[in-house]
Ligand binder design. Structure first.
Ligand code: AMP
Length: 208
């Protein structure tokens, strides 16, 4: 099973991605994580990506599509994979259709008005866990692994606004794109907890 995880920044894609990957034994491929690792490593890709990420814009399609195409050419994808953060626009989706067979697209549907606060208060751990400052009670380390929590460089008010605009203008049209292909699973989150959202996703994926 090859799936795409779709959703606005801060919708909880990272949290759900870890749970889905574990339960269904899928390889988790996050383009955002790949870019961040490249930035940390000071690679040429990282240098290109940083200016776009800091501005809340999409990294150019050519760079991003090449990275994903290369990743999907490896042998370890045989048991299935989950793309988290790719595609981000219709061009990337049409390119993906040329080199991959996607079975389902899970859209995490959240109220966009809640996201600014959610993202600006987000603290993350290198292990993949993420928290909100309002529930940390001053803690600075990860409850799961003890790692130091930090704020992503692009989780600041100005960049977040640009990222949400980018989402609405470029990424949201993918909901219709995958709906037309009959592959869309829309998960309406409302006020549900991450575990409740995961139960809804799992109930749908189990049918497949
Ligand atoms: P994420 O971790 O998915 O929120 O991604 C962080 C940032 O990486 C985004 O705001 C974009 O600047 C960049 N990025 C991640 N995935 C893509 C993609 N598929 N296309 C272009 N830029 C991307």
């Amino acid at each position: 099973m090859n799936i795409i995880l779709l959703g606005a920044p801060g919708a909880g894609k990272g949290t759900q991605a870890s749970k889905i990957a574990e339960k269904y034994n899928l390889l988790h491929i996050s383009t955002g994580d790949i870019f961040r690792a490249n930035i940390k490593g000071g690679t040429p890709i990282g240098k290109v990506a940083k200016s776009y990420i800091d501005a809340g814009k999409l990294v150019p399609d050519e760079v991003t599509c090449d990275i994903v195409k290369d990743r999907l050419s490896k042998d370890d994808i045989q048991n299935g994979y989950m793309l988290d953060g790719f595609p981000r626009n219709v061009f990337q989706a049409t390119e993906l259709d040329k080199f991959a067979k996607i079975d389902l697209c899970v859209n995490i549907d959240v109220d966009l008005n809640l996201l600014q606060d959610r993202i600006c208060g987000r603290r993350v751990c290198a292990c993949g866990e993420s928290y909100h400052v309002s529930t940390l009670n001053g803690a600075t380390t990860c409850a799961k692994c003890g790692g130091e929590l930090y704020q992503r460089a692009d989780d600041n008010a100005e960049t977040v606004k640009a990222r949400l605009d980018t989402y609405q203008n470029q990424t949201a049209p993918l909901i219709e794109y995958y709906s037309k292909q009959g592959k869309l699973i829309n998960i309406v989150c409302g006020t549900k907890t991450p575990n409740e959202v995961f139960e809804l996703i799992a109930a749908e994926l189990d049918k497949y």
